[in-house]
Design a protein around this ligand. Sequence first.
Ligand code: HAM
Length: 456
Amino acid sequence: MTIKSRGKVKYEKPRLVRGMKDILPHDERYWEWIRHKVFDLAKDYGFELIATPILEEKGLFIRSIGESTDIVEKEMYSFTDQGGSSLVLRPESTASTVRAYNEHGMVNQPQPVKLLNYGSMFRRERPQAGRYREFHQFSFEVLGDDQPVIDAQLIIIAHNFFKELGIEPNLQINSLGNKESRETYKKELADYLKPRRNQLCDDCKKRLLKNPLRVLDCKDSSCIELTLDAPQIIDFLDEEDHAHFTQVLEYLDGMEVPYNLNPRIIRGLDYYSRTTFEIWPGENQGKAQSALGGGGRYDGLSRLIGGRDVPASGFSVGIERVISLLKENDIFVPGKKSPDIFLAQLGDVSRKKALMLFEQLRSKGIKVIESFSKDGIKPQLEIANRLNIKIVLILGQKEIIDGTILFRDMESGNQEVINFEKTIPELERRLSLAANNNGVKIRHTVKKPDEPVKKS
Ligand code: HAM
């Protein structure tokens, strides 16, 4: 943005857009660890990665998420592009995954098709803790199968994800039945709420007219209290939906996955039918009701966006919320392994040779770090020290003339002159000795345990 002051054009410093967030290097290990877990789980359970674009047609979400939802009514970043297309920054990825499934004829593949979608979503919500306007989700979606075991296994995947991260998942589950039973229930709920309308918050007064189900989702304490004795959707399910839900619960019981039956889990998106669920933080780990993830069955979504009938089920997890919970609870997250070797150089000729040696070491898979722009040996050794590096290779002018290189043991301070040609075999020997814990020990900044350890 530009402003004019006394005839001069001044530029205002660009700032981070409200509700957005920079992800900084000190958080890299959280993102890496979560990504690792997600992709491991995807592999274990036979999911394949699908990447859909951030820009989609606006109509996709209006038809799938529903016109009267907060997301569509208030939160989508939408614009008309230069060609006149009405586009949005995707607020979620489930509708996109179904669009891609239909568009690429995945219905002709053996069913079910299991897909993982991973990336950033955009919702123009009021920024507050755990609520960003750009956030990241991963979503496991199973398309082309209506069996309750699919819902149960998706819940098990979500459960395992949190357990393996050291987070106690608090599973809240419900069933929304089918469209007809939901309509009957909506009328019944509206009849219950109408005489109590004055006690509802302003938003819920509107919700009562447009979609009374949404009142159950309200976090306002008076709305919660008012709906405590409201009719429950579970009593309106038909026989088939009831049987589906019972089977999901039986699978969970069989796997000893604890859950809480919660008639308020109606979700903020209109495409759900039958099973719906949310994962909240465990009782002692975070604020209840701030969902870490959620999902359910969406058998009607494909039809809503003009495709065939495709039964489907899935869930998404919000990565920022998981990271804040890991931090809040001081849960140990492994960091990057520090490099094994530091390559130091003194003078222009040795810098050239060091540049080449660096590439050779890298191609051999030897983790090496350098600081080529530094001149003196002292600042380079200081960096090596800070990074807990055990071996520093030094190439000075004398070494260039002699065709040698110095191996400096940072613990003892001893230096050995090694024939330059033998640098790689000598390093490999020392590193494998270290790996066997026999000779030189290579220290890592963080060891990589498979299981998270809670700091005491
Ligand atoms: P959702 O409940 O809207 O579901 O979002 C899932 C998760 O994304 C939430 O539980 C939360 O962790 C995170 N999230 C949502 N909004 C924000 C925000 N503004 N800031 C930070 N995190 C946020 C869906 O998106 C569905 N697509 C889930 C699904 C997949 N259903 C079936 N398959």
